[in-house]
Design a protein around this ligand. Sequence first.
Ligand SMILES: [Fe+2]
Length: 401
Amino acid sequence: MHFLKYPFIAFLAVLSFAGALHAREDSSFDPPALYLQWQRDPTRGMTIHWHTVGDAKSELFFRPLDTTHWKSALGTTKPLVGTERTVRIVELTGLKPGANYEFCFQPGARVFKFRTMPKDLSQPVRFITGGDVYHNLKWMGNTTALAAKLDPAFIVLGGDLAYSNGGTDPENISRWFDYFASWKTNAVAPDGRLIPMLVTLGNHEVKDSYRQPVEKAASFYSLFSSPGPQGYSTLDFGKYLSLFLLDSDHTHTIAGDQTEWLGKNLSARRNVPHVFPVYHTPAYPSFREESGIQAKEVRANWCPLFDKYGVKVVFENHDHCFKRTFPIRAGKIDPKGTTYLGDGAWGVEVRNPDPAKPKWYVEKSAGIRHFYVVTLTPEARHILAINESGQVFDEVYQRVK
Ligand SMILES: [Fe+2]
């Protein structure tokens, strides 16, 4: 009845609601979370994620660095379950390889920078990887800031990111807020550009850790557009690098569809000089027992494919220490085999493998907070292990055959 009695007020209310839905961010807007990923071709695109509270358009403005004309780009939204936040996602495509861009949420507002990946290895490409990221903000922030100073093109984190355990209660969700706030502050390269963050699932992204439906990792799937709804994916960087971001039994089983997909996609990349699988639970754990369910499954299903398709380095996580295995092939030490590097100690309490119980496959392990710096050229890959003080303490150098 009131609606009919005051049609003008109702009309204004509708207008105001519509206005809120389509409002742009104001010029003082600075999102509490801002992170970059790639869903496809990192040489030609960038996917920008940011969080807002309340209604606003998923719109941003971008331009090549040192140009004057802003172009608008529109995207999509996902609610972050259990919070007032909305995840806004804009994918830019058709960009130039190896080029610097800037973007903002309103012309005149704060400007952020990024760079697309180069189309080839005419200059060395450097990236950083690690996992098991946020036990406390001091460790996470320190390691991330140290990594950023080394000017990587991107960072790959192999699961156990915020330790939110798939929860949607305030305590668990606040861990994501802290995680992204730390990332936004620290994952900035010396030239001011934002460093993209690629991720995989770990057991602490999922309620009940293993063999769960995707709904048990609802936050992860809302927050990240990569590896995407399938839970695992490959990213191809020109013809020089392919990353495999895998789900080690958290929301997708190791055996079955994922293994079939992995074999098909490794086969299709036989001629790519640098191929790196990244996942959470290790085939060759440095601290835990090799008899663990996921360890056995990775060895039974994925390792034979790494052997078959000549994968030379794999990045594993989850055990909270440093690890380098001997090269392994067909379950034995073999100079022509795969080196498994790990084991996830970015920003967590470390564990110390017991020297009284050596594992046949571990060449070197220790409770050291660390990450890996990977430098790629057409001829070789050079991998340095860096501790939380910035010191190099281990190294792998392999020539591309
Ligand atoms: Fe883990």
